[in-house]
Design a protein around this ligand. Structure first.
Ligand code: PLP
Length: 458
């Protein structure tokens, strides 16, 4: 079937995620025909740099031969089987390898198939833990404004991005959402913290959270955060000390700490897991996206022996965790995950990531010279540029101007997929992105933003 017919059929039949379909009334979606390494290729063979790692999941580039080989090795042997009452090799080996990578205290692995379910599992486990322990009043989850944990009704109960959750307010549970460590717009009015500068603020924003939490300390079930990098809320980066303090606070009040590392896990922040920057261990860790190198859907929620023991009882005691998904621990997906861990080991990926991250984090500041770039932030292989109407006052653009969207369209012409988060343009790079490619991307991103700013009259 030719491309024109396919595109017409798409318009007739398909409703795409996070997309105002009317935007494509007179414009085509980008048709991706194939991918290799850091590039996507359209039907004409034009290549596009996958600057956001295909929604933050591709780790070693597309179609990495080691992962493909691991998947191929599984095909034809065991394709799918329910994971209740049965087991198979992939998830056992995977849990064992993850166990070696994770700190002591994270040793029980519950599989599911996407980031939202990884978080939902943590929420339900934490909630039921307190019931199983006979501590009925701990029912309150604490999360951060600008936080994002998925699109299911459960995870939206924690979300702090009004555009996503607004219409569903009445359907989601109430959590205590507190001011986030959004350093460019510090809720405590302090100077901006700069990761890697060796300088930290004294975390006045944490005291705001602490005060609110302490008022309801006995009711808190768990505090849930994306450690160090809040992705969908605008790639907000905050100091490692913040999560250290969170750990102490949870210990003090006896509540759980949940780290949602769905986006930050598997090397993206310059360490295998973001929590390693602070040497902090949560009670629950949620992983997905990069777990398979981004090739296939898989997720895991990891918790402690102590939590597990609160559910381990005679059936008649009613303490079983009744939760599961059809494709839990799918054999082909777990084979992909094992392949991805092989790549980490065989290619010593994290050593290269440390060097590449340092380069990106240093060079990203060039873009601060552009007239509409108000803030530049980043960690590891992530760099973000917040566009503002007025740099002096940090006034945002009127959202109806859709400045980020204009940058996106202009970027496509240059072969970049700069899918924005509102007016935040960002690079969320595959770990295999080389130094010369980073240099090129920063240059191209700057020139794209510059062209749009000139059109806006700056
Ligand atoms: C931090 C975080 N948690 C959860 C999710 C949800 O993952 P999924 O889209 O696989 O449901 C995302 C997705 O972007 C995420 O960034």
């Amino acid at each position: 079937m030719d491309i024109k017919d396919l595109m017409e059929m798409d318009k007739k039949l398909i409703w795409h995620p996070y997309t105002q379909m009317k935007d494509f009334e007179k414009r085509d979606l980008l048709f991706v025909d194939r991918a290799k390494g850091v590039y996507l290729y359209d039907h004409d063979g034009k290549r596009y740099f996958d600057t956001i790692s295909s929604w933050w999941c591709i780790t070693h580039g597309h179609n990495h031969p080691t992962i493909m080989e691991s998947i191929r090795g599984q095909l034809g042997r065991l394709d799918q089987v329910q994971f209740a009452g049965t087991t198979h090799q992939g998830p056992i080996l995977l849990a064992n390898r993850l166990n070696e990578l994770l700190p002591k205290g994270l040793e029980k692995f519950f599989f599911s198939d996407n980031g939202s379910t990884a978080v939902e599992v943590a929420l339900k486990m934490s909630f039921q833990y307190w019931k199983n322990k006979g501590i009925g009043q701990r029912e309150l989850f604490v999360s951060l404004e600008h936080g994002y944990h998925g699109d299911t009704l459960g995870t939206m109960g924690l979300g702090g991005v009004p555009a996503f959750e607004g219409p569903f307010d009445k359907l989601t549970f109430d959590s205590l959402r507190v001011a986030a460590p959004y350093c460019y717009r510090c809720p405590a009015g302090q100077d901006k913290y700069e990761p890697g500068s060796g300088r930290s603020c004294d975390l006045q924003c944490f005291h705001i959270l602490e005060e609110e939490v302490m008022q309801r300390a006995e009711n808190v079930c768990a505090i849930v955060v994306e450690p160090l990098l809040m992705g969908a809320g605008g790639m907000l980066c905050y100091p490692p000390e913040y999560i250290k303090k969170l750990r102490s606070l949870c210990d003090k009040i006896g509540a759980h700490l949940i780290f949602d590392e769905v986006a930050t896990g598997f090397g993206r922040t310059g360490k295998m897991f973001a929590m390693e920057h602070a040497d902090v261990c949560p009670d629950f860790l949620c992983l997905s996206k990069g777990i398979t190198g981004g090739t296939l859907p898989l997720a895991v929620t990891v918790t402690s022996e102590e939590v597990f023991q609160a559910f381990y009882a005679d059936y008649s005691e009613g303490k079983t965790f009744f939760h599961g998904h059809t494709f839990t621990a799918n054999p082909i997906c777990t084979a992909a995950a094992l392949g991805s861990l092989d790549v980490f080991e065989q290619e010593d990926v994290m050593s290269s990531v440390v060097k590449r991250s340092a380069f990106l984090q240093e060079e990203k500041f060039q873009l601060l010279e552009l007239p509409i770039v108000g803030d530049v932030r980043g960690i590891g292989m992530v760099a973000a540029f917040e566009l503002v109407a007025d740099k002096e006052t940090r006034r945002p653009f009127d959202s109806t101007k859709r400045v980020g969207w204009q940058v996106y369209l202009r970027g496509l012409e240059k072969g970049l997929v700069l899918r924005p988060l509102s007016d935040v343009i960002y690079l969320f790079l595959p770990l295999c992105t080389r130094k010369e490619e980073i240099e090129f991307l920063l240059y191209q991103t700057a020139s794209t933003i510059n062209e749009v700013s000139m059109e806006l009259g700056y």
